[in-house]
Structure formats: C-alpha cells, structure tokens
Design a protein around this ligand. Structure first.
Ligand SMILES: [Zn+2]
Length: 113
C-alpha cells in the first residue's frame, strides 16, 4: 500500500506539469533505497491510476538512489547495502546521511502531438 500512495503523489505532480496539448511520454522519478520501494509495484500502481487520465500510456522510469553516508572520522563516503549506519572504510558510527532519502519526480518528458 506504501507504493499506492506514492504512485498517487507522482501522478498528481506530473499532471500539474503537463502543458496544454502535450502528452507525457515518460515520468522520471528517483527513489532513495531507505524508502524500500518495490519498483515493479510502484510502476503497476502508476499504470493503473493513469488510466483515463492524460498520463495514460506514460512510462514510469524509476531510478533507485543508493543509501550513502559520509564518515565524520575519516571523511570517506560509502554506499550501504543495509541500513547499518557505519563507515565502510574505518568502521566509525559517526556518519552523516548523504543520500537514500530521495523521493521525488526528477523530470517529465513531453511529446508534442
Ligand atoms: Zn570512516
């Protein structure tokens, strides 16, 4: 159900940006891995909700942003596979979140008809 709410938000944002007479070819979104979104599920809901709207047939392109932290001890930036917030270089837990929280519509591709 998590993905359903996100799909609704994406549709709302995309619909607000369609120019008159334009048709949306694709909607590009970035999802930080901290949100644990299932891309297939999000695409399914998007397609379902887009039926009968100007976004019908638009492709949803999902870019997953890895969880990345910066270590305050050694300055290294590491990508984490698991949400265990420890520096991959020196093992310090004094890290700052760099990416992984993203959840936004990056851009929308319009095709003029
Ligand atoms: Zn470190």
């Amino acid at each position: 159900m998590h993905e359903l709410g996100i799909a609704e938000a994406i549709l709302r944002i995309a619909q607000a940006h369609i120019p008159p007479g334009g048709r949306v070819a694709s909607v590009h979104v970035k999802t930080g891995m901290l949100h644990a979104i299932v891309p297939e599920s999000l695409a399914f809901y998007f397609e379902h909700l887009a039926r009968g709207t100007p976004l019908q047939g638009a492709r949803l392109e999902i870019e997953e942003v890895p969880v990345k932290v910066r270590c305050a001890s050694c300055g290294e930036e590491c990508c984490l596979d698991l949400p265990i917030f420890r520096c991959g270089a020196c093992g310090s837990a004094d890290v700052e979140l760099v990416s992984g929280e993203e959840l936004f519509v990056d851009h929308i591709c319009i095709s003029e008809e």
